[in-house]
Design a protein around this ligand. Sequence first.
Ligand code: ZN
Length: 297
Amino acid sequence: MFARRIAFILLALVAAAPAAAQDKIRAIASFSILADLVKNVGGDRVDVAPLIGPNGNAHVYESSPADSRRVADAKVVVVNGLGFEGWLGRLVKASGTKAAIVVASAGVSPRSSASETRLGDDKADPHAWQSVANAKRYVSNIRDALIKADPAGEGAYKANAVAYQARLDALDREVRDVVAGIPADRRRVVTSHNAFGYFQDAYGVVFSAPQGMSSEAEASARDVARIIGQIRNERISAVFLENVTDARLLKLIAAETGARIGGTLYSDALTDANGPAPSYVDLIRHNVRELAAALAK
Ligand code: ZN
């Protein structure tokens, strides 16, 4: 009787104790924004790290042997999909990992490549996280993947996802409110690379970029001339820098056209903890406020 009682108490303690570091589910996310989403769903059951850290450019990533080992050790590898991680297949193969590969964007409607901001690139636009509704889909996919990898955590993952998606709903409303305050004829901006198409479709700010959807591609002289013409014709008042791209081209375009440098938008990477966008929610909030500040009359 006594032994059974002790066993029961021990069992209860094990169930209640927060997972020790070595017991946590090891997850790797391809880039920093995704890692933040995984962290919000995984809570203290999951130990997640990005392959491409804050301010890193996923378009030009080259994996290291250390990355390969981290992928080998992971139980779950979360990637964006939509062609964002062209290097993934090779890395997974080289690492020999047995991890579940989770495509966070599964189920998102890929943005039509025939949009007006398309620049000779007929692949799908991978930057789906720039719409908060899409981020909610990412969260659902991450939740389901973590439950599969760690069924004992089902309750926690579901509760975390519900709470975080409520925050994302509030964020989505906030973005709409801020954009509504920008005069409609001023909702046009230029950025370095074409990373904000989903934001454009969701919230009605029109983005143009001299570089295509991958910041790896150099802008051609024709692209630059086209953007300069567009800024003049459409009276675009502000150009924005990005944390993952070279600022020089945009500064040149601003000087040539008299458009103002509106600030820095965060497209494909978070900042570190001291920057203005250390989390996904901070990133979206920072971007829309920066847009509103530069585009207000
Ligand atoms: Zn990008």
